[in-house]
Write a protein that binds this ligand. Sequence first.
Ligand SMILES: [Fe+2]
Ligand SMILES: [Fe+2]
Length: 205
Amino acid sequence: MQVLSEKYTEEEILKKLRKKLDEHRYIHSIGVAHTAVSLMMAHGHAMASEDKGLREINMAYTAGLLHDCAKCLEEDERDRLCKKYDVELTQMEKDHPFLIHAKLGAVLAKEKYGVTDFQILSAIRYHTTGQPNMTLLEAIIFSADFIEPNRKMLDCLPAIRTEIYRDLPKAVYMILKQTLVHLEHRGQPVDENSLKAIEFYKKFA
Ligand SMILES: [Fe+2]
Ligand SMILES: [Fe+2]
């Protein structure tokens, strides 16, 4: 596998991430990257075309490694970087700043890690909320984030982990629904992208 960066080797990317993430988040990121690779092998073009298949696998690995690259920033640093790179925040993101790491992460993957592939950046951008009609890579990063091996066990997890290799859109729906129930249970509002996503994916339930 290869990290698709214009500037850095895989070793350099891992070193940078280790510096920027706490240990828990670093281990999670490695877990997401490997889970994303396995999902891409199951659902991508690996069987049909060696070149295209390998490219996709490398995209999944890169997006997985970097999806949370903005997750462990101090508040000040996060706000400074949002300003520096003109990251426009929705009211929802301002009210629930943990959401910002997805949008800012896509910007930092480009600016600080040398990733220029639009599809990888978009998968990082939507990994927390999802969105309707996701690309294969977006759906894989969104789901890998939820099912990777280091995640705390939830009742729904074994069924989702089984389903995800058979029917990815159905598993995406299961994850969205689980997230929605969880947020509603905690009395927290749901991001508009997630609401639109669940509306789109319910036909796969
Ligand atoms: Fe995240
Ligand atoms: Fe994550």
